[in-house]
Ligand binder design. Structure first.
Ligand code: GTP
Ligand code: MG
Length: 195
């Protein structure tokens, strides 16, 4: 698959604000700061399509990006960021949950985990949620430029064991910085859901 065009469409909180067409949607989920927004920039080969920040909690709304005028990539707020108030956490949680549940055109939920850290309890919950709702599991170990080949092997085992990945589940390492293996990543993510 080739990404030809990408454009920001809308930031949404409530259902009424989501795009109203029936195009397929793919969403990226994971902890705050794991690299969800960055991977959308890497996939689309755009440096500033999506706003990225070193400070966790950058993405607070649901952002829809229209790709090839054909489908949407959806950037979600991250979970697990300690430094926001309980109220704010609950409101982001609600925003994400409202989107993820009962969105018919959502065909893929890609789980991102930082390859340097053991997946957290929240990551395990998210993994189980993805399984429960019958989505294929695609886990991306992000920021792979930060680890040596040997440590990536170790990380692979830690992620597999912690999330209890099965043989059908896919795990792929990626760096949005050097974008090595971008074509394979694109094939993996869009396989079966978009032409
Ligand atoms: P929230 O919006 O807060 O949920 O975060 P996010 O998951 O969207 O993360 P974001 O893409 O904003 O990236 C967070 C930080 O990690 C930024 O400083 C990025 O530059 C950095 N980052 C993202 N991907 C990579 C990567 O592959 N390698 C390296 N070295 N840094 C990365
Ligand atoms: Mg973000």
């Amino acid at each position: 698959m080739k990404i030809n065009t990408s454009e920001f469409i809308i930031s949404a909180v409530k259902r009424e604000q989501y795009p109203v067409d029936n195009r397929v949607e793919l969403a990226f989920v994971g902890r705050s700061n794991v690299g969800k927004s960055s991977i959308i920039n890497a996939i689309t080969n755009r440096r500033k399509l999506v706003k990225v920040s070193q400070t966790p909690g950058k993405t607070r709304l649901i952002n829809f990006f229209l790709i090839n005028n054909d489908f949407y990539m959806v950037d979600l707020p991250g979970y697990g960021y300690a430094k926001v108030s309980k109220k704010e956490k609950a409101s982001w949680g609600n925003t994400v949950e409202t989107y993820l549940t009962g969105r018919e055109q959502l065909k893929r939920v890609v789980l991102l985990v930082d390859c340097r850290h053991k997946p957290t309890g929240d990551d395990i919950l998210m993994y189980n949620w993805i399984k429960h709702f019958g989505y294929d599991v695609i886990v991306i170990g992000t920021k792979s430029d930060k680890l040596s080949r040997m440590n990536l092997m170790k990380s692979q085992k830690v992620i597999k064991d912690t999330l209890k990945l099965t043989s059908e589940d896919k795990l792929y390492f990626f760096s949005s910085l050097n974008k090595e293996g971008r074509d394979e990543l694109i094939d993996l993510i869009f396989d079966d859901v978009v032409e």
